[in-house]
Design a binder for this molecule. Structure first.
Ligand SMILES: O=C(O)[C@H]1O[C@H](OP(=O)(O)OP(=O)(O)OC[C@H]2O[C@@H](n3ccc(=O)[nH]c3=O)[C@H](O)[C@@H]2O)[C@H](O)[C@@H](O)[C@@H]1O
Length: 445
């Protein structure tokens, strides 16, 4: 038996070795010749390799559900998938995507490029001649086919999205070797306020560990890029003073999601302080629009209204109105570009600070909160379908009752001025929704 085992080719995956030894047991009873055993062992190993090569890329971080079994299988897959990125062809694509095509253009690494905001920001940067390379792990927090459709859209305008995770430092360093990015637009994150109760670890993995990994790589490369990243209006938590100003306290988050974004702002302070990284955090206020996120209320309300399914509208204590400062995607994109264009250079080099660097946080909202019930009325008019409304008490799982941005700081610094009201923005969203999914009532996504 020992001899036979020695004939098994060495393999990287633990899983494979276990399986093959059990097969060998069986073969021993049926075949006497060592040659036959070796032959079948090779056939079996071949089948396993084909199986792993055909299996889809591991999606992270949300599909990582922390069990050690999942982690082991993840590792064995990764070791067999050593070539998901890299090689001359891959580098050529990265280089060409990151090439600046306008005078004084930027070269930007956009993390979360297949996400809602990431797609729109990448396209806008490319349109004005900046070099753009995307990075996304295509995880399955919501329908990955929507992310793939956004990827195709970007590919048509010459943007390559590298498939990988922000926690992969080797990949990030490689990207900086191929393209010396002047800026990083860091939008990859675990989004969603209520989902944090279901899968808390994914928030730590992406919004804390992932952010730190991105900053670690940024501080060590030469020259260091300037970083603009997505924080959230949710950091205002249980505050009652409105409108929310950047100067207000942000120490009473109502969800783990909000807490990880708040932590991100503090981490940004640290990296700015120690390493001279130029860092700008953007507090987005409930961003909506075409190619949006299916986990957000305006999106699944549209789907459910069309399907004739009832929707649940939250209300506060004593029938208090729940309202959001819904902000249209094109306004957010302008804010992101404004932040990138006014970002000063990082001052450090070789991982050492050389002088004080810029550290900013901006609200990017609409300054015009709308009750959720009004949002539903607008959707009813646009869809020409009456919603089946039920009113539910605001769940105690992270939601806050209202948000309202003071945007004067962003206005002053880079002329941020939102121009799309909810009615106009939802009209554009509904037009896109119907063209993408059809107005059919059967679509399930
Ligand atoms: O502004 C932000 O920073 C955050 O905006 C959204 O969070 P949220 O405003 O809670 O957006 P939705 O989940 O789309 O909810 C919109 C409104 O509809 C309400 N809602 C939600 C779900 C539902 O079934 N019924 C309902 O009335 C919520 O209470 C909220 O007032 C995003 O999901 C977060 O990722 C983002 O960081």
């Amino acid at each position: 038996m020992d001899n036979n085992n020695n004939n098994i080719p060495s393999t990287p995956g633990k899983f494979k070795i276990d399986k093959s030894s059990s097969y060998i047991h069986r073969f021993r009873w049926h075949y006497s010749s060592l040659a036959k055993l070796t032959f079948w062992t090779f056939v079996f190993m071949g089948l396993i390799i084909v199986f792993f090569c055909k299996s889809p890329p591991t999606s992270q971080p949300n599909s990582i559900q922390s069990s050690s079994a999942a982690a082991a299988s993840d590792l064995s897959r990764r070791s067999l998938k050593t070539k998901s990125w890299g090689g001359p062809g891959w580098e050529k694509r990265v280089k060409s995507s990151g090439k600046i095509r306008s005078t004084n253009g930027l070269s930007v690494l956009v993390t979360g490029a297949a996400g809602f905001v990431g797609t729109h920001v990448s396209a806008a940067l490319k349109r004005r001649g900046d070099g753009v390379v995307g990075l996304d792990n295509f995880n399955n927090y919501y329908d990955p086919s929507l992310k793939r459709a956004r990827q195709s859209l970007l590919e048509r305008s010459g943007i390559f999205i590298v498939e990988g995770d922000i926690n992969d430092a080797v990949l990030l360093k490689k990207l900086f070797e191929v393209v010396p990015f002047t800026h990083v637009m860091h939008l990859a994150a675990q989004a969603g306020v209520r989902y944090a109760m279901e899968n808390p670890k994914s928030y730590i993995h992406s919004n804390i560990a992932g952010l730190v990994n991105v900053l670690e790589v940024c501080k060590s490369v030469n020259p260091q890029p300037a970083i603009v990243w997505a924080s959230s209006s949710s950091v205002y938590g249980l505050n009652t003073k409105i409108p929310f100003s950047e100067k207000d306290r942000t120490d009473q988050p109502a969800s783990l999601y909000a807490a990880t974004k708040k932590a991100g702002e503090e981490i940004a302070h640290t990296y700015n302080h120690i390493y001279g990284l130029s860092l700008t955090g953007l507090r987005f206020f409930t961003v909506y629009g075409p190619w949006g996120r299916p986990d957000m209320a305006y999106f699944f309300f549209t789907r459910d209204i069309l399907k004739g399914k009832s929707i649940s509208i939250f209300e506060g204590a004593n029938h208090g109105t729940v309202a959001r400062d819904f902000t249209y995607i094109d306004d957010i994109v302008k804010g992101c570009l404004g932040a990138l264009d006014t970002a000063e250079k990082s001052t450090g080099s070789g991982g050492k600070k050389k002088g004080n660097a810029q550290l900013r946080v901006f609200n990017l909202g609409n300054t015009s909160p709308v009750p959720v019930s009004d949002l539903v009325s607008i959707l009813e008019r646009l869809l020409k379908v009456k919603a089946k409304r039920t009113v539910t008490k605001l769940p105690r799982n992270g939601d806050v009752q209202f948000t309202h941005a003071n945007i004067s700081y962003a206005q002053r610094e880079f002329g941020y001025k939102p121009t799309t009201d909810l009615q106009t923005g939802l009209k554009k969203f509904v037009r896109w929704y119907v063209s993408y999914y059809g107005s059919g009532k059967k679509n399930d996504h």
